[in-house]
Design a protein around this ligand. Structure first.
Ligand code: HEM
Length: 513
């Protein structure tokens, strides 16, 4: 045997030993890691301070089932099923509780004397970079209070009255565009996707009131690029939020987010900043969301330039996404419930002598229309998944039970509104429940705009927009589904923080003169 054969054999066997040793070490590593993960899960499920709260075992043990459901788009259905099974309080992650009990509103979202506030959880609206300012939607309570004081001026009763002519002119354009598509030689019973048209309308109004100019989607009959990108916001937010849930690994996981998605967000910010700069440079006084807040800002030096830019975009998105979602749900439920559609149409047509009489100021007191809107906001709340809050240091009681500090808590509207303990026939569209003074339903549990410190700043405006748009639409057109079989529960859609809205294809017939 030559020396070289001996040495190559001995090298071969020492190499094999080395590899075997490596495999053994790696194997032991995997076993140790698995044991750690199992122990972590067992601790979470059976020894954690939240162990007495009911919930599905895997969700109590680990965060990943929640993240998977967020990405699958069915988190709202999972939470609803859990509340059906476990009751009004469910543990949906090692450190998170979901509530379907109206008492949670007061405990979580309101200022309670002698209690620290429950701040917004930082995973949802975390800053993209350290120099990014806080916003109206952010978690910083001091910045929020300062900015809210400024913008409250833009959403007062007086401001709404001043803004009404602009809102009415956009609704006019919306109706005229629909009329053009349903009359004369164009009329061919072509279905119209009202979901898209509601998006055009609401984003055009919001852009005007924020950036000082319409996006022009109603005129063009297609979404402006700002709107197109914004329609993916929900998915982007879910992605970023679920990455942020794994702090401090989030810093690495961020690299997993596809570059083109991040780039689209950056492009969108740049586009918004340019619009905002242009609006502020106008220096005009116009009835919108900027001038009244600017007056306050000038007196108190309340907002920086970057806070302005961020908040303008937030207002557009928060105002347009939610209202277009609500309008789509309302018309879908009406089209699927001919009795309710007939009753509300009659109410509108018998109240107004002509279309031009339908104004923000005149459309407020139609009882059945109001009940229809309330019921749609209950069965299809635009803010389907709540932004969780953090229990302050030292802990607090929520719905009569102790919750340690640092735990995430949220009142999840979709789940709560679909519970038998809050509403009879919870999955049925019944506007009458909001008119029945003897109703046994817990009507106050439906709070689509939330309550407390962060209650929706645009609630009155939203109601005005919904009433006006619906009244104008129902006055002018007979509405029916393009395909009578296209009937389903709103909850069947995916949700990525917000609803991933499906088309609403309808046939619009000009009402008989
Ligand atoms: C049907 C329509 C709407 C619904 C259902 C709705 C719902 C909500 C909800 C649930 C919140 C609380 C979010 C949270 O703190 O977790 C909220 C906050 C907010 N909404 Fe709305 N909203 C609607 C329309 C509007 C409109 C028209 C605007 C303004 C243009 C607007 C602007 C805002 C802003 C700025 C906040 C943050 C308020 C704060 O934290 O102080 N929303 N909205």
């Amino acid at each position: 045997m030559s020396t070289s054969t001996v040495s190559s054999n001995s090298f071969g066997s020492s190499h094999q030993n080395f590899v075997a040793h490596g495999v053994l070490v790696a194997g032991m590593g995997v076993v140790a890691l698995t044991a750690l993960v199992v122990l972590f899960g067992l601790y979470n499920a059976f020894a954690h301070p939240l162990r007495q709260y009911p919930g599905p075992l895997l969700w109590k043990a680990f965060r990943f089932p929640y993240v998977v459901a967020i990405h699958s788009g069915d988190i709202h259905l999972r939470l609803k099923d859990f509340h059906d099974k476990y009751g009004p309080i469910v543990r949906i992650a090692p450190n998170e509780l979901s509530y379907a009990d109206a008492a949670a509103h007061q405990d979580i979202y309101h200022n309670r004397p002698g209690h620290l506030p429950f701040e917004r959880n930082r995973t949802w609206f975390k800053k993209m970079s350290p120099d990014e300012p806080h916003s109206l939607m952010g978690y910083d309570e001091e910045a929020h209070a300062r900015q809210r004081r400024a913008f409250a001026n833009s959403f007062s009763d007086k401001s709404l009255r001043d803004q009404s002519p602009a809102i009415e002119s956009y609704v006019d354009l919306f109706i005229n565009q629909l009329k053009e598509r349903t009359s004369g030689r164009h009329w061919s019973k072509q279905p119209i996707d009202l979901m898209q048209w509601f998006v055009f309308l609401m984003f055009d109004i919001s852009a005007d009131l924020s950036f000082g100019e319409s996006f022009g989607s109603l005129n063009a009959g297609k979404p402006h690029p700002w709107v197109e990108i914004a329609q993916d916001f929900g998915k982007g937010l879910s992605l970023v939020a679920s990455v942020n849930l794994y702090s401090p690994v989030d810093k690495l996981l961020r690299y997993v987010i596809p570059k083109h998605i991040l780039q689209r967000q950056l492009d969108h910010r740049a586009m918004s900043a340019a619009y905002a700069k242009k609006r502020l440079a106008m220096g005009v006084n116009r009835p919108d969301w900027v001038s009244p807040a600017k007056k306050y800002d000038n007196a108190k030096d309340a907002l920086s330039e970057s806070e302005w830019a961020l908040n303008m975009s937030i207002l557009i998105f928060a105002g347009a996404e939610t209202t277009s979602s609500a309008l789509t749900a309302i018309v879908r439920y009406l089209a699927q419930n001919r009795g309710a559609l007939h009753r509300v149409t009659e109410e509108v047509r018998s109240t107004f002598e002509s279309e031009i009489d339908i104004k923000v100021a005149s459309v407020g007191k139609l009882p059945y229309l109001n009940a229809v809107i309330n019921e749609s906001l209950r069965i299809a709340p635009p803010a389907v998944i709540a932004v969780p809050r953090i229990v302050p240091k030292g802990g607090a009681t929520v719905c009569g039970q102790w919750v340690p500090g640092g735990i995430y808590v949220a009142y999840n509207q979709f789940s709560s509104n679909r519970q038998n303990h809050n509403f009879h026939l919870p999955n049925t569209f019944l506007p009458e429940r909001f008119l029945d003074s003897d109703s046994t339903d817990n009507l106050a549990s439906s709070q689509p705009f939330l309550t407390g410190r962060h209650t929706c700043i645009g609630k009155k405006l939203a109601w005005a927009e919904l009433r006006l748009t619906l009244a104008r639409l129902l006055y002018a057109f007979d509405v029916s589904l393009a395909d009578d079989g296209d009937r389903w529960d709103w909850g069947q859609q995916n949700t990525y923080i917000l609803w991933d809205k499906r088309p609403l294809n309808v046939i619009l017939r000009r009402r008989a003169p």
